[in-house]
Write a protein that binds this ligand. Structure first.
Ligand code: GDP
Length: 476
């Protein structure tokens, strides 16, 4: 990537002769038409009041990695995510499994939705993540969180393989997670499980009974037929995986869900991945910290210690952490606070850096579009494939006068963070086959960010052209 001295001078609003003088001082001879590389441009930009973000990843120095003591490892429950096409019965299946919980039956308790739950089966405990769908799975992975050991792919026997079925298969395969297929709704008159098995062979999922390696079970979330078998197979598969963790360490794991609750303060559902989490532990997650004041399981019961592989609701944090973030137990609350504050400071600096960096990139974009304007866009779509297709189509709409810059592109509903990203770049949000989360519309209008929703790509492109043209109109 290079830029000429004259382009850079125009873009920065600095005289070309000043730039050339600076270059000479640095021992570089240049003319007004000379091309300079990105590093040199960045150096000049810095000199004229722009700073450039430092690249590279700083290692977290506070939480030491301790070598695993093999002799301390014990088996832990598998963590399972249920994925599949909308309406194929993911939620119903999760509910049916919840009701199959032996322990819940004894307590007679109603289980609460805390984001994950553990069921005691005859073959051992299993932990289910309670947010169905590949969006949640993908979002967690994007944060580096790979907590799932097994995926249960739900396919309705009367409907067969659908787009989100395929997305789910891709997501699970990309993560290298074993898939178990639950062919659901077999109680329905039009159910044809063989057709589903046939369709799945196209995605390299061949049923065991057909000589393949994938377990495929006919189930009904409604009549509960096949649910005990499904749980048994999950346990069998997890035995093969030999999932182990050391319960004697300081606890560490991931935030599954978090919210602010009236009267309770920040509430986080965490999955303990190693060590044992105890009431009174000092904990840090992202920029938040605290002492574990109380813990509740999915049946609303207070618990004092939580071993690896189990989810629990935690009270006592200083703020609401981000789902997918890691948590660590540290020596004492003072160190927890120090780590959290250090991270907050780093995040703040990074944000400052990225604002300036965005400015520098804008300079390049501006220079390329002949000193014209740039339309900044955040793209959100239902699936990864569409997000990429929309991004490409919009980028192609760029002209000499108005550039198009996609600030971010992702999968899922439009979130507050998307709005803030767009707002930072004075940009707009393009949603494709998706919509804003509740209350996000309000935040967007507060921030003056336009949200445009489409389900046809060329309509999105047409509308973006209008937005680009509007940028060129003089502001009266
Ligand atoms: P999700 O979108 O994948 O979470 O699907 P839901 O669990 O919300 O189920 C969608 C619809 O299918 C609901 O009306 C359910 O009652 C129905 N459903 C789910 N499982 C079964 C089943 O095993 N048999 C029948 N007949 N209907 C089911």
């Amino acid at each position: 990537e290079s830029i000429s001295v004259s382009e850079l001078s125009q873009a920065m609003g600095v005289k070309a002769s000043d730039l050339i003088r600076k270059l000479m001082q640095a021992g570089k001879m240049a003319t007004i038409n000379a091309q300079i590389d990105a590093d040199t441009a960045a150096f000049l930009a810095t000199d004229f009041g722009y700073t450039v973000e430092k690249k590279g990843f700083e290692v977290e120095e506070f939480i030491p990695e301790v070598a695993e003591d093999e002799s301390k490892l014990v088996l832990r429950p598998p963590v399972v995510t249920v994925m599949g096409h909308v309406d194929h019965g993911k939620t119903s299946l999760l509910d049916a499994i919840r009701q199959a919980d032996v322990a819940a039956g004894e307590a007679g308790g109603i289980t609460q939705h805390i984001g994950a739950y553990n069921v005691q089966t005859q073959h051992g405990p299993i932990t289910f993540l309670d947010t169905p769908g590949h969006e949640a799975f993908t979002a967690m992975r994007q944060r580096g969180a790979q907590v799932t050991d097994l995926v249960v792919l739900v396919v309705a026997a009367d409907d067969g393989v659908m787009p989100q079925t395929v997305e789910s298969i891709k997501a699970a395969k990309a993560a290298g997670v074993t898939i178990l297929v639950a062919i659901n709704k077999i109680d329905k008159p039009g159910a044809t499980p063989e057709r589903v098995m046939q369709q799945l062979t196209e995605y390299e999922l061949v049923a065991e009974q057909w000589g393949g390696t994938t377990i495929m079970l006919p189930v009904s979330a409604r009549t509960k037929q096949g649910i005990p078998e499904l749980l048994e197979y999950i346990s069998l598969q997890s035995e093969v995986l030999e999932l182990k963790a050391n319960p004697e360490k300081l606890a560490a794991g991931r935030v599954i869900e978090a919210k602010l609750e009236k009267g309770r303060g920040p509430v986080a559902t965490v999955l303990v991945e190693e060590g044992t989490l105890r009431v009174g532990d000092a904990l840090v997650t992202g920029i938040h910290y605290g002492r574990v004041r109380a813990m509740m399981n999915e049946r609303g019961e207070h618990v004092n210690d939580v071993p690896p592989g189990y989810p629990v609701e935690v009270l006592g944090l200083s703020g609401v952490p981000v789902a997918g973030d890691e948590f660590n137990v540290v020596e004492d609350e003072k160190s927890a606070k120090e780590v959290a504050q250090h991270r907050a400071e780093k995040a703040r600096q990074k944000e400052l850096g990225s604002v300036k960096k965005a400015t520098l990139e804008d300079l390049f974009a501006k220079a390329k579009s002949g000193g014209g304007k740039v339309l900044n866009i955040v793209v959100k779509a239902d699936v990864q494939g569409s997000a990429e297709a929309v991004t490409q189509a919009l980028q192609k709409a760029a002209t000499k006068k108005v550039g198009v810059k996609v600030l971010d592109s992702g999968v899922g509903a439009i979130t507050e963070s998307d709005v803030l990203t767009a707002a930072a770049g004075n940009g707009i949000i393009v949603g494709f086959n998706t919509k804003p989360e509740t209350k996000v519309d309000n935040i967007a209008s507060q921030q003056g960010v336009k949200i445009l929703l489409f389900d046809i790509i060329y309509e999105a492109v047409d509308k973006i052209r209008e937005e680009m043209a509007a940028l060129l109109e003089p502001i009266i």
